[in-house]
Design a protein around this ligand. Structure first.
Ligand code: AMP
Length: 429
């Protein structure tokens, strides 16, 4: 996002909040922030039609933090003052990250609760008392039923990604939550789409709302030349080295899911004589800053990053984005490829897809409503990856505790193939 002025609606925020924005390198509000922050600071309800990637999270988090800072009250056990409901754990965790980041110079206390992990640490935090609670609907209902949460003191309620909530079947949970909220409250409702069912739900929640609509970043995405390359998992290093050696890619961001993969890929590239640096959460701030400076100056050609580490990084003239691993959350794909084609320039995004990632690609294509063109000509092209379906098209389940534990693969349904290497080359997508 462009960084020209330090003014706009950010000037309405308390100095301690402004300081956190400077720490994050934000200087200019995004359009949704420009449009929402003044009304939200006045306590108005809101219906926002906006997607992730527009700066929506800060648009609602900043006024919430300001409200809490200006209306301090002692913490009350089990009774949050702000409830933010999100459909997925990933989104809930990301929202909490924003609350932590923007609230770092305030006295806000916060917690996130979601399923799939043990509830005890969550219950402990609630018992101590939090100002801001970020939650997914299932775990929220569980803990309400067990009387670990009481919504009677909620002053601000945010329902994020309402359309996805409905798609995921959370409507009954949401209605129950709304029924438990105090009548006097501020309500914020966000959805990427506004089909009738969504509007109907919004009506039950808000009172005399301000409407804010932000057109998704379509034009940028349209300027990006997207391509997918189906490849065996074990051939990804060869493929990336091959592309970087032969193509004119001068400033390349490579995205991976895991920190150790970032290190591995950067190492392999360096071994192949391609200048590269890795950034991820295990690197010290100093190491991250240095890697970024070297990438910006052109000293290193390739920056390998995890999604979390890449958040908030703003580099112009990225010629190519390579998705060495596809993201689990389809919205992340849009964030990633948006790193190229900034400031009106054209960009290219190449995604590697091996068999266990095949379903991620399908979800991404559903979200962007486009089949990403595939490059079948490369010698490392792999039909097995391209045509994977069923269990073969999913990542191997990780063992987790809790209610959304993935079922263990039974011994009579083994993976049909080992996808380490690939020989087949027929053409049928
Ligand atoms: P969101 O739509 O809330 O997921 O935000 C998308 C991305 O934009 C996140 O990585 C934020 O850190 C970043 N962001 C939000 N607001 C600003 C801003 N005013 N300036 C620069 N980056 C921002």
């Amino acid at each position: 996002m462009n960084k020209k002025s330090t003014h706009g609606v950010f000037g309405l925020l308390l100095p301690e909040i402004g300081r956190a924005l400077s720490d994050a390198g934000y200087e200019t509000p995004t359009p949704i922030q420009e449009q929402s922050i003044p009304s939200l600071l006045e306590g108005r309800d809101m219906i926002g039609c906006a997607q992730t990637g527009t700066g929506k999270t800060a648009a609602f988090t900043l006024p919430i933090l300001q409200f809490l800072a200006k209306n301090e009250k002692p913490l009350v056990s089990r009774k949050p003052r702000v409830l933010i409901l999100a459909p997925t754990r990933e989104l809930a965790a990301q929202i909490l990250d924003s609350v932590v980041q923007y609230g770092r110079h305030t006295k806000t206390s916060h917690a996130v609760i979601f399923g799939g992990v043990g509830q005890n640490p969550q219950v402990k935090a609630l018992k101590r008392g939090v100002h801001v609670l970020v939650a997914t609907p299932g775990r929220l209902m569980d803990l309400i039923n067990q009387r670990h949460i009481d919504l009677a003191s909620v002053e601000i309620f945010v329902l994020d990604e309402a359309d996805r909530m409905l798609d995921m079947g959370f409507i009954h949970d949401i209605k129950r939550v709304i029924a438990m909220l105090p009548k006097k409250r501020q309500s914020l409702f966000y959805s990427a789409t506004m089909e009738p069912q969504v509007v109907e739900l919004a009506r039950t929640l808000v009172h005399n709302p301000v409407y804010v609509t932000v057109t998704p970043n379509k034009p940028t995405v349209e300027r990006i030349n997207q391509k997918v390359m189906f490849v065996a998992k074990g051939d990804k290093d060869k493929l990336i080295i091959d592309l970087l050696k032969s193509e004119k890619m001068n400033r390349v961001m490579v995205f991976v899911q895991m920190k150790h993969v970032a290190n591995k890929v950067a190492g392999k590239l360096e071994d192949a004589g391609i200048t590269a640096a890795a950034i991820h959460g295990n690197k010290s701030q100093g190491a991250r800053t240095a890697a970024l400076a070297n990438f910006k100056s052109g000293k290193v050609r390739v920056l390998v990053a995890t999604d979390i580490a890449a958040r908030g990084i703003d580099v112009d003239n990225v010629s190519h984005v390579i998705n060495y691993e596809l993201p689990k959350e389809p919205e992340t794909y849009i964030h990633r490829i948006g790193r190229t084609a900034r400031a009106g320039s054209e960009g290219e995004a190449i995604s590697f897809c091996c068999a266990p990632e095949r379903n991620y690609l399908r979800t991404i294509e559903n979200l962007i409503k486009t089949a990403i063109p595939s490059d079948l000509k490369h010698t490392l092209h792999c039909d097995l990856s391209m045509n994977a379906t069923g269990e073969d098209a999913k990542p191997a389940p990780r063992v987790q505790r809790g209610r959304s534990q993935a079922p263990a693969r039974s011994s009579n349904s083994p993976r049909k193939q080992s996808y380490g290497r690939c020989q087949s080359r027929s053409r049928s997508r």
